[in-house]
Design a protein around this ligand. Structure first.
Ligand code: SAH
Ligand code: SF4
Length: 354
């Protein structure tokens, strides 16, 4: 069987070339075709010799995930159902802003964390995605917008990457790390580290390592006490709030650019939205540079929660902001196509297909 090249690090690509009897310096040209130009057809790599192209064709493949469906929301948000070689599928979303845009990518098919408010959490984790499949989602998104070759300035439609799709990234850490290094490489897709955010539900033992990688951190906090958090996020039993906060401090200490941390807080009516809850958040984030993002709860079929009222969300936000903690209410995007946070799911379609 031919080997897939997307997802190899630059050094691994060099080793591959040596194995087919090529000079390792040729890796750079090939790398640029793959990640700077987005080319998937070896025959079109005109700067490579014919011999080299033939060898590549005989031994390797270059595969971007297949776009099975594409939907665009009235607000411009675009959602794709993407399929990998083995038929596994994930959803991936593009969220445009006025001067930039973020691609929201997945790291697992489903998710084992089972957060009670999350649609993805109802679908058990089928498998981890490989580094190539993680990077591939950004590549297919760029295909969809025709954003190849990589633009040299920062003026891009797909400027940012948020690892906030399906799955818990820190439970697929090695592949995530590899994927981030490929996305960040200046000769390839050149997405700078400060434009990449990894969101975690709280695997505290791995959080400080994100500082060494240099990417930004978002925490799905969602509750001010262990009592409430245990009820809605099973991961809290393993890594309670005190450990989570300690890991955040360590992240910030180790962070070269001292990135602020985004605290995501989904507004659940009667569960975590009282002013007492807001008050308890303040000592929790003391000594941390944080910004809250209040996310309106997005309902899905069969979910046991409701979103807090606008009035409650505004009071909650004002309470924190009056105490100098940024806490905007995030505008929901792509709700009409079920592309908003926590609405992604692909299991049923997977099953239908098999
Ligand atoms: N697994 C990672 C990243 C994906 S979830 C994590 O949990 O951080 C992206 C964000 O959407 C998380 O903050 C998640 O808690 C939130 N979310 C999940 N379900 C939601 C829902 N129904 N409504 C609004 N936000 C939700
Ligand atoms: Fe998994 Fe994140 Fe959803 Fe929790 S919120 S179930 S960690 S995807």
């Amino acid at each position: 069987m031919k080997k897939e090249l997307i997802g190899l690090t630059f050094d691994e690509l060099k080793d591959e070339l040596v194995q087919i009897g090529e000079k390792p310096f040729r890796a750079k040209q090939l790398w640029q075709w793959i990640y700077n130009k987005g080319e998937t057809d070896f025959d079109k790599m005109s700067s490579l010799s014919k011999d080299f192209r033939t060898k590549l064709k005989e031994n390797y493949t270059l595969t971007h995930p297949k776009i099975v469906t594409e939907q665009t929301s009235v607000d411009g948000t675009r959602k794709w159902l993407m399929e990998f070689q083995d038929g596994a599928r994930v959803e991936c979303v593009y969220i445009p802003e006025t001067d930039r845009g973020a691609v929201c990518i997945s790291t697992q098919v489903g998710c084992a964390q089972g957060c009670k408010f999350c649609h993805t959490g109802t679908q058990k984790c089928q498998r981890n995605l490989t580094a190539g499949e993680i990077v591939g989602q950004v590549m297919s998104a760029r295909d969809s917008y025709g954003e190849w070759p990589t633009k040299t300035d920062e003026n891009r439609l797909l400027s940012n990457v948020v690892v906030m799709g399906m799955g818990e990234p820190l439970y697929n850490f090695e592949n995530l790390k590899k994927a981030l290094s490929i996305l960040n490489d200046g000769d390839g897709m050149a997405i700078s580290k400060r434009k990449i955010t990894v969101s975690t539900s709280g695997r505290a033992d791995k959080i400080p390592e994100l500082a060494d990688i240099g990417v930004k951190l978002a925490i799905s906090l969602h509750a001010p006490t262990d009592e409430i958090r245990n009820k809605i996020m099973p991961v809290n039993r393993k890594f309670p709030l005190a450990e989570l906060v300690k890991a955040c401090r360590e992240y910030q200490k180790r962070c070269e650019h001292r990135h602020y941390i985004t605290m995501e807080y989904v507004m659940l009516k009667g569960i975590n939205d009282s002013l007492e809850c807001a008050e308890k958040l303040i000592p929790l984030v003391k000594n941390l540079e944080v910004k809250f993002n209040l996310i309106p709860f997005h309902p899905w079929e069969g979910c046991p929660f409701e979103c807090s009222s606008n009035n409650t969300m505004h009071k909650f936000s004002k309470f924190l902001e009056d105490r100098f903690i940024a806490a905007p209410i995030r505008r929901s995007r792509g709700e009409d196509i079920m592309a908003a946070c926590g609405q992604l799911k692909s299991a049923n379609k997977n099953k239908e297909k098999k």
